[in-house]
Design a binder for this molecule. Sequence first.
Ligand code: FES
Length: 126
Amino acid sequence: MPTDIEKVARKAEKRGIPSIARHVFFCGNSSCCKDKDEAKAAAKKLGKAAKHSRDEEGGFEFTPVECLSLCIHGPLAVVYPEGVWYAHVDEAAAEKIIEHHLKGGQIVEELVFARSGANPTTGEKE
Ligand code: FES
């Protein structure tokens, strides 16, 4: 009989989790966003792109969150493993982040306001 860990591992395998290269967390809540429709459009674009990317090696996961604890200049997004935080992630910005960072590995510097986490290769804080 499979353990709970084995069961969730199988589910993760089916969703393509082991092949994803990046994970984006997105907050489009009204506490940090002036334009709720723009936030919804950005979330939709990120979610759709993530779904399509899972068929390929190096795809990405998208997770909408309730709050990233900053609540200003949203929509906000943070992408791991790089630990890059983006502000003003409207639909056009989401498109740039998808094409350049999530698919291409190139950070969209003009939208970055903070960096966190450790270097994914060395495990050291940069
Ligand atoms: S509501 Fe978006 S960061 Fe808090």
